[in-house]
Design a protein around this ligand. Structure first.
Ligand code: ATP
Ligand code: MG
Length: 472
């Protein structure tokens, strides 16, 4: 039995000691143990036990029962000193049985010990366990403080050696693993990116062999892994390229596969796909990375003889919306990413942009998206040795925007110094489309001349607009 020393926070020690007191087993498992062994601080801690959900609820009175049917309770902790919240997932030893049309594990079966539990896990590096119930708990504080313990490592599949060799390898027969749950194929690519490990050959071959089964999984499961692949990796390109090579990208985002080999004769040395991946790696995690992934998605469809890709921003925004909807991204994310793709081609030349052009830009992009748009543009230019465009111009643009924002206060209808009620009262109008029409007209005028944003002036402008409307 291998012994090693690991550090775990006081609140995890507390879960283990409370399970151990009445004689239950407790093991630290999964990604949390993997991350500790890699010298990373895990985001969350998972514990496996022989206690049932009923027994756990006796021990942890404040436990949340989110996954009770699957044997999981969530124990919340508040670290008073650091004012931080934590949750520990405690799960009864189990195996998933039968993935009904690959959607959800239709059934779980509780099993007798940790070895059986580990055998159902995806990769060797995720299939280790550290025994916590036989520790000398001594005195500890429930909180974030880390305590060092010597633990027994259960490592039936040589996960520690794979961790040291930086290898992703399926537990047991990879064909069986990927047939049971093809999502594991995506997870392998995710770990390829987040850990920067290589995928062992037989595992990789099996991923290719079973890739078509991914057509049957619920798309949300793909998206959840894909978001982690994008945001938790220093180089997401490793994972995206993995998806391409094994044939999974064509199933979920075929539009990206179409960018492979699309040459860009003007101002680029890379094809669209290679350029895209470089921009993704250079972009900060979150909406900017997603926008980076899709910023040139319409280039294959808009390529012209003359080497230009006219309108690829507008068409790209439409395609991005379709793709993100299909992948069931949240609406708020879709809206931001679509805006970033649509606007990514702006070209600020100092001296040629008037204040009102800057105001219109702010209104179109939305004040909240401007820094993200700049981040996208910086990533786009940075990775392209042929880029003519200098981010120093961004500095001047930022300055211009700041100046305009400082001087002005109207960029959207609700910033106007009159509202719909004022108009209805003043002109004796009933609610209807005309109100919105007048407000939009007023905003246009204010964008050109911010001094007009005063109540009396706006009412006057509205009066003129109504008179003209009545005449025509
Ligand atoms: P992260 O650091 O992102 O949380 P993780 O490895 O903890 O990564 P989770 O999705 O939180 O990933 O899953 C926790 C553990 O459960 C995994 O380490 C693995 O042992 C097991 N697991 C999760 N999903 C699967 C799956 N589809 N098939 C087999 N085992 C899985
Ligand atoms: Mg986890």
């Amino acid at each position: 039995m291998e012994k090693l020393s690991i550090k775990i926070p006081g609140y995890v020690v507390d879960v283990a000691s409370k399970l151990a007191a009445p004689g239950f087993q407790a093991y630290l498992v999964g990604g949390s143990l993997r991350d500790i062994l890699l010298g990373r601080l895990p985001l969350d801690y998972d514990i496996a036990t022989d206690a049932t959900v009923e027994q756990m609820s006796e021990i942890f009175k404040n436990a949340k029962h989110v996954g009770a049917a699957f044997g999981t309770v969530v124990v919340p902790y508040l670290c008073k000193k650091h004012k931080t919240h934590h949750e520990v997932e405690v799960t009864t030893f189990r195996v998933e049985r039968e993935y009904e049309d690959y959607r959800h594990p239709s059934k779980v079966e509780f099993v007798k010990d940790i070895h059986a539990d580990l055998s159902r896990r995806d990769f060797t590096i995720n299939a280790m366990a550290a025994r916590l119930d036989n520790l000398d708990f001594g005195t500890y504080k429930v909180g974030d403080t880390l305590y060092e313990y010597e633990v027994e490592l259960i490592d039936d599949y040589s996960g520690l050696s794979d961790l040291k060799r930086k290898v992703i390898r399926a537990v047991g027969d990879p064909n069986e693993r990927f047939s049971e749950d093809p999502l594991r194929i995506i997870r392998a690519c995710r770990f390829r990116a987040t850990l920067e490990f290589e995928i062992e050959r037989a595992t990789f071959e099996a991923m290719k062999r079973h890739v078509e089964k991914l057509r049957f999984i619920a798309v949300e499961r793909f998206t959840q892994e894909f978001i982690k692949l994008l945001n938790h990796a220093r180089r997401p390109s490793l994972g995206i390229d993995c998806l391409l090579k094994i044939g999974a990208l064509k199933i979920f985002i075929p539009e990206l596969v179409s960018t492979v080999g699309v040459e860009q004769p003007l101002g680029h040395i890379h094809d669209v796909y290679t350029h895209t991946l470089k921009v993704v790696d250079a972009a900060p995690p979150g909406v900017v990375r997603l926008a980076a992934l899709f910023h040139d998605i319409a280039k294959p469809q808009t390529a012209r003889e003359d080497g230009h890709f006219y309108g690829h921003d507008i068409k790209g925004a439409k395609m991005t919306e379709e793709i993100l909807r299909r992948l069931k991204f949240p609406k708020s994310v879709i809206k931001k990413v679509v805006t970033l793709v649509k606007e990514h081609m702006f070209y600020y030349l100092p001296g040629t942009w008037t204040d009102s052009a800057v105001r219109r830009f702010i209104r179109r992009v939305g004040q909240d998206n401007i820094e993200d748009l700049f981040a996208l543009r910086i990533a786009d230019a940075k990775v392209n040795p042929e880029s003519e465009w200098e981010p120093k111009e961004l500095k001047m643009f930022r300055e211009h925007i700041r100046k305009v924002l400082e001087e002005d206060n109207a960029f959207k209808v609700t910033d106007l110094k009159v509202n719909g009620h004022d108009l209805m009262r003043e002109f004796n109008l009933k609610p209807g489309p005309i109100i919105g029409e007048i407000l939009r007209y007023l905003l246009e005028r204010v964008l050109d001349n911010p001094e007009l944003n005063e109540k009396e002036k706006l009412i006057e402008l509205a009066r003129e607009y109504l008179e003209r409307a009545q005449k025509s």
